[in-house]
Design a protein around this ligand. Structure first.
Ligand code: COA
Length: 383
């Protein structure tokens, strides 16, 4: 900042700071609108697949049937990861945090990619396709290794979502389970200039390689204010235990000005449209199999939060319902954040490719508020 800058000039948290243009994602937080390429997220969730939304983000257009088939075939052909990587993942300490393990494994994956240091547009695209395909294999292998199980090899005859669930559990999912998981991936594929995408772009702006960008992004996603929130929601539901305790628990938290996980958003000051889609699916599962404790607790929390905080723009966000959907699919809560990464890899890669086509080094400033007019004090003279 210049000498004339004032503390008021500081954009804390970079809120409202626009540093680039993007054709990928539009968000109107006040209205609760999210679109990719101008198409509402509700339509993507209902009609599309993770493979298609990934293509659309990378190419900034909807694919033709032939283009989608070719892209899908490329993803299927790139699912295998080096045996050495799987052996190393199998030897990680069982106590590792899954995101720590994912960060390390993806960094190692780069060591095995002969093209990893190529930062041309073509190479960034080719690496993106491999990363989207291989994130799935690596995350499933991490989950199995940390649980003491051997990795399950990918199958080329399954969709991206079905293959992931197969590699994770060793069992082929039902069509309904695979579709539900696919929708969750579609909903999380991109979300504008969120912290992890911004981090990927900041790394890319130095013209660093794709793997470094993605590893930086994984580190940013790991934090509880970003990717870790749905795991925290499940922790809260377990703590509440039964639906009859939900009202008193949440009321006490709000009275004590404590934060409720899965609620509030930096951008949305209305219902997060992704949470509405997930709530509909959670409701669908609940209507078929009877309302689970989780679902009943969430209903109560939502009612109280909207009553007490809605006027301040605080509503359930995407993480509020995603945990129960994943839990219904038999996924353990420690893997919710890696699954977020499984989807967001597409947004990270597409954003890096878009940004580096018109690159400018990101180098913001800080208002200096430290001491002035000081002199070096010799060590012997310091108190
Ligand atoms: N529960 C209760 N109150 C909340 C809240 C929550 N989850 N989120 C925000 N608020 C309140 C704050 O206490 C604050 O109140 P105050 O003005 O009386 O101090 C006000 O709303 C503004 O909160 P702030 O944290 O400054 O807003 P933000 O834009 O930084 O918040 C989040 C964005 C996501 C960091 C915040 O809502 C949060 O921590 N949510 C829980 C974690 C979560 O679900 N993250 C996933 C996001 S997709």
């Amino acid at each position: 900042m210049t000498d004339t800058a004032k503390p008021n000039d500081i954009a804390k948290g970079l809120e409202g700071v626009v540093f680039t243009e993007s054709k990928l994602t539009f968000i109107d937080g006040a209205q609760g609108i999210l679109t990719h390429l101008g198409i509402p997220i509700e339509e993507w969730a209902e009609k599309s697949t993770f493979e298609e939304v990934s293509y659309a983000l990378l190419h900034t257009k909807l694919p033709s049937a032939a283009e989608l088939a070719q892209f899908d075939a490329e993803l299927r052909a790139n699912r295998e990861v080096p045996a050495k990587l799987l052996a190393d993942v199998a030897a990680y300490p069982r106590t590792a945090n899954p995101m720590q393990a994912l960060r390390t494994a993806i960094s190692e994956l780069g060591l095995h990619d002969a093209q990893s240091e190529d930062t041309s547009d073509e190479a960034r695209y080719a690496i993106s396709v491999r990363l989207i395909a291989q994130f799935s294999t690596v995350i499933a292998a991490v989950a199995r290794a940390l649980g003491g199980q051997a990795a399950v090899a990918p199958r080329a005859d399954l969709t991206h979502a079905a293959n992931f669930l197969y590699m994770l559990t060793g069992k082929e999912p039902t069509t309904e389970q695979a579709r539900l998981f696919d929708i969750a991936l579609v909903l999380h594929a991109d979300h504008g200039m969120n912290a992890s995408t911004f981090t990927a772009i900041a790394t890319a702006s130095t013209l660093s390689d794709m793997y470094s960008c993605v590893v930086s992004a994984i580190g940013a996603l790991k934090g509880p204010l970003h990717g870790g929130a749905n795991e925290a929601v499940m922790g809260m539901l377990d703590e509440i235990g039964t639906p009859d305790k939900a009202e008193a628990y949440i009321t006490a938290k709000l009275d004590n000005k404590e934060k409720i996980m899965g609620v509030g958003h930096r951008v949305y000051k209305n219902f997060d449209p992704r949470s509405r889609v997930l709530r509909d699916y959670a409701e669908h599962v609940a209507s078929k199999e009877g309302k689970s404790n989780y679902y009943q607790i969430l209903e109560t929390i939502e009612r109280i939060v909207v009553e007490r905080m809605g006027s301040r723009g605080i509503y359930p966000n995407v993480d509020f319902y995603s945990g129960t959907v994943y839990a219904d699919l038999g996924i353990k809560k420690e893997y919710f954040t890696p699954i977020f990464a499984l989807a967001r890899i597409s947004g990270w890669c597409a954003s890096v490719i878009e940004y580096t086509r018109d690159n400018r080094l990101l180098r913001p400033d800080a208002l200096y508020s430290g001491a002035t007019n000081q002199h070096y004090v010799e060590l012997k003279d310091r108190k």
